[in-house]
Design a protein around this ligand. Structure first.
Ligand code: GLU
Ligand code: MG
Length: 438
């Protein structure tokens, strides 16, 4: 909901039987966190008085300076449709502030807001439409998730083959009740895999929507006895889950990536934005593809990009320009996956694109060939491991500048630890391959 006033919220809490308000925020690794306050505390909540211990949140602050305050963004007020409708639960997405009232530098939402202020200073609006893929898996007798599905459906299949259509329907209806616009939903290529596409909005709302989306999907799947996962590559030998990000820049309500006079109907600014993304994509991968597992998706044969290239129509390119033009003209980046922290990912993508605009970069020729099936030796590749991606991030001052010093330091430290833990594993593949032959 947009443009809601403090008085509107107080009235709704009083008149609509709202008993709890969840104050939500996101840690730097993309986990949503929240504290619930009862309706009696709504004034305090709206006065930015709800406090939390930042030292208990990944990547936030040390114990010596741990008091932090949640400042709710009133525009995000919404009732959670999947919670009981008597004694309702509403949520407010919050910014995290220091005790002196300054925004906390480690709050991912403030990182995105900072990047958006820069684009606003240029008189521009950054719009984003995300396409989220995920798996619906079964649980075992004890209710623990297992990477197995009874569904054997494929791309665009429908029931009774598609065992997830009931859950997908509930997800869409619940999110619409929260004011989100859903453009499409369908079964994806792998068994048990689904996709739901969100209508584009301003980037801050898009990042908030992605967080809400993931919560809704997981909650509604659980209600139906299923386990939803946004893990990028849960099944070896099957398609992984991506989060294609469709981006555009608007000025005075006009899409400025569109230029009817150009051969591809793209403006010089659109070409520069594409070139900026290509120049920084290796540096931003650790943010858009944050897990050891993310790099198992970015391989051949499963419609996920591997090499640095762009194209007007060809889906096998890392960056694609979908067919619609006019106000729907957009640049689609196809490497991100839904495990990313959307606030950090969108901030990094925006700064990458803007750097191309600032430096008036020119992209290489668009590719024609199918890169899903064969590597082009002339093209650079995305990082092939999380460790490579972290090294590329550390070497890219535009991306570390977008994240800021605090987030960069904690994010890199957390990801390097993840790499070390992974490196120390002895996998089944190694045992199968080496136990007998060595
Ligand atoms: N699942 C594919 C990926 O990993 C994308 C499929 C599609 O084109 O929607 O990115
Ligand atoms: Mg898809």
């Amino acid at each position: 909901m947009s443009g809601i006033s403090r008085e509107d919220i107080l009235r709704r809490v009083r008149d609509d039987d709202i008993q709890f308000i969840r104050m939500q925020f996101t840690d730097i690794f993309g986990q949503m966190k929240n504290v619930a306050v009862t309706a009696s505390q709504i004034q305090r909540a709206l006065d930015n008085q709800i406090m939390m211990d930042g030292s208990s949140i990944a990547g936030f602050v040390r114990i010596e300076e741990s008091d932090q305050y949640l400042w709710p963004d009133l525009d995000t007020f919404a009732v959670l449709p999947w919670r009981p409708q008597y004694g309702k639960v509403a949520r407010l997405i919050c910014d995290v502030h220091n005790p002196d009232g300054t925004p906390f530098a480690g709050d991912p939402r403030s990182v995105l807001k900072r990047a958006l202020r820069r684009v606003q200073d240029l008189g521009l609006v950054f719009n984003v439409g995300p396409e989220l893929e995920f798996f619906l898996f079964q649980t075992d007798e004890e209710g623990n998730p297992i990477a197995r599905t009874s569904d054997a459906a494929g791309y665009f299949d429908l029931g009774p083959l598609d065992h997830g259509e009931g859950t997908r329907r509930e997800i869409c209806l619940n999110l619409e009740q929260m004011g989100m616009e859903i453009e499409a939903s369908h079964h994806e290529a792998a068994a048990g895999q689904h996709e739901i596409d969100l209508k584009y909005t301003g980037a801050l709302q898009a990042a908030d929507n992605i967080m809400t989306f993931k919560l809704a999907v997981k909650t509604l799947a659980q209600k139906n006895g299923l386990h939803a996962t946004f893990m990028p590559k849960p099944i070896q030998g099957a398609a992984g889950s991506g989060m294609h990000v469709n981006m555009s820049l608007f000025r005075d309500g006009e899409n400025i990536f569109y230029d009817p006079g150009d051969r591809l109907q793209l403006s010089p600014l659109a070409y520069q934005f594409i070139a900026g993304l290509l120049a920084h994509v290796r540096g931003l991968c650790a943010v858009t593809n944050p897990l050891v597992n993310s790099y198992k998706r970015l391989g051949f044969g499963y419609e996920a990009p591997r090499q640095l290239a762009w194209s007007a129509g060809n889906r096998s390119a890392l960056i694609r320009i979908p067919t619609p033009r006019g106000s729907a003209t957009r640049v689609e980046l196809r490497c991100p996956d839904p495990a990313c922290n959307p606030y950090l990912a969108l901030a990094a993508c925006l700064e990458a694109g803007l750097d191309g605009v600032r430096r008036k970069l020119v992209p290489p020729e668009a590719i024609q060939e199918n890169l899903y099936t064969r590597e082009d030796p002339a093209l650079e590749c995305l990082p092939s491991t999380l460790a490579d991606a972290v090294a590329a991030l550390e070497g890219d001052s535009v991306i570390t500048g977008a994240l800021g010093e605090h987030v960069t330091r904690h994010y890199v430290a957390g990801k390097l630890q993840e790499c070390r833990e992974y490196q120390a594993q002895v996998s089944q593949w190694e045992l199968d391959r080496y136990l007998v032959t060595c």
